[in-house]
Design a protein around this ligand. Sequence first.
Ligand SMILES: Cc1cc2nc3c(=O)[nH]c(=O)nc-3n(C[C@H](O)[C@H](O)[C@H](O)COP(=O)(O)OP(=O)(O)OC[C@H]3O[C@@H](n4cnc5c(N)ncnc54)[C@H](O)[C@@H]3O)c2cc1C
Length: 484
Amino acid sequence: MVDYREPTLAIPYYNSKFMGQPTLEAITREHLAELGCTVELGTRLISFTQDEKSVKAKVIKYSGNGGEEVEEDIEAAYLIGADGAKGVTRKQLGLSFLGTTREDDLMVLGDIHLETKGLDRDHWHFLSPMSRDVRISFRPTDELGKDGWQFGMSSCTVDLKGLVHDEEALVNCIQDSVGLGDHVKVKEVMWVSDFRPNMRMVNKLGAGRIFVAGGMDFNIAWKIALVYKGLSPASLLDTYTAERLPVIAEMLGFTTKLHDRTFDSSYVEHTARSTVDEDDNSKQMKSKLERAMRRNGKMYMLGVNYRTSPIVVDEFVPTPTSGVAVVQSTYGDSQEGILRAGDRAPDAPGLMPVGAPVCFDIFASTHHTVIMFAPALAVPVVRSVLATLDQSVPREVVRRVVVLPGSASGPDGRVEMSSEVDQAIDAEVLVGHAGHAYRGYIAESQEVKIIIVRPDGVVGANVRGVTGLARYLEGVFGRMVGMH
Ligand SMILES: Cc1cc2nc3c(=O)[nH]c(=O)nc-3n(C[C@H](O)[C@H](O)[C@H](O)COP(=O)(O)OP(=O)(O)OC[C@H]3O[C@@H](n4cnc5c(N)ncnc54)[C@H](O)[C@@H]3O)c2cc1C
């Protein structure tokens, strides 16, 4: 159970949306096609080797319909293996996968078509009758049609192992567990699978030119792009492990606790013992189950951060009070009103080019964005920041934006350009209307604040001027600082 949260200007997409893998894959492929990439299906990675210059991978391509298997060698600068925990990349790289597998906490899941009376399609239904041993849930899945549902079953007392290979037993178990007779009837089972939770993680996320990635990891892509183009030193790639591993470790600790609460066997044992006051007992169990299923703010994952990263720079961190230990969480809850280098960059709505009433999106995964919050264009820091950028990095990898407070523009949106120097400024000049961007980035209208947003949407630097900027550029672009 996750509370609905009203979107805010800084976080416009608060609430998650469930969708099936085919839908998600179609969306991802559509975006890749726009970027000129196609996904070659039916291709399996078999093995790979690497040296200082490249990676050589062996793959097998299947032509389908009982056709031939064709072996192919691919040479590439880097390899990212997103082939899952059991994949060949992790194993061949010799990365450890330490932790535990909860063999007994088995879940059986699948897609089914149901004939139902009374199960509405606006909710995810958790049916846990107090007298039954199997918990079952049905989530409406419109991608399968108006009678399509995804079910999930678990039990602390009943062995569900065989159900994946025995459809008749599965259907009977579903009907019995629901206990509503003909009100819920299984029409068709589309697929079924079992799932044992693994609380495991690798010791590092890559070696040399080869990396492992899970889900959709933006952290490594932009770093490889910069190193590949010769704009950053290869050591930048080490920060992938340095930034992600603490997040993964903390996430595993958190999700393990959630899992333990959800699979808490006392829920069932307590139910089985109950004899005296059934109503009272039911109420207690219901609230216990509700508590176990409740997911708090961390689950939005908007508080995931790299504050401890060696390449982020923050000059606004308050000096810690002596004797008070600062607990640094990389998987915290997001807190509007607090922004540190390493945090997710808040959206910056209401940015408008001087004199033009159109909203502007200044972030993209293909470049860094340096935002200079300044009370006026004539502030000297603006010019020194631009000069440092000119000396350090090519224009195409860093977008430069000056954001003036809304008060700097007149009623017609025009900003008074005070001198020729102002007009010649080599950056996009925007006005932060209604103060949204200033609030999101905790900038005062009379102060100068330099924010660098990385291509992966993380605040890389939260600094006052050139010194902090140079430290950030040194960390990411290394020896490029100061070069023309
Ligand atoms: C039934 C089930 C339910 C789950 N429920 C949850 C949940 O509720 N919440 C949660 O957080 N996690 C859940 N998980 C776990 C979650 O799905 C995984 O943690 C996540 O998918 C891992 O992502 P990944 O990208 O690392 O690997 P995967 O999603 O496993 O993707 C790996 C891909 O690589 C492909 N591949 C493998 N080997 C090769 C090769 N040699 N060559 C080419 N391609 C290859 C595979 O076919 C697959 O498409 C569930 C898992 C299962 C199985």
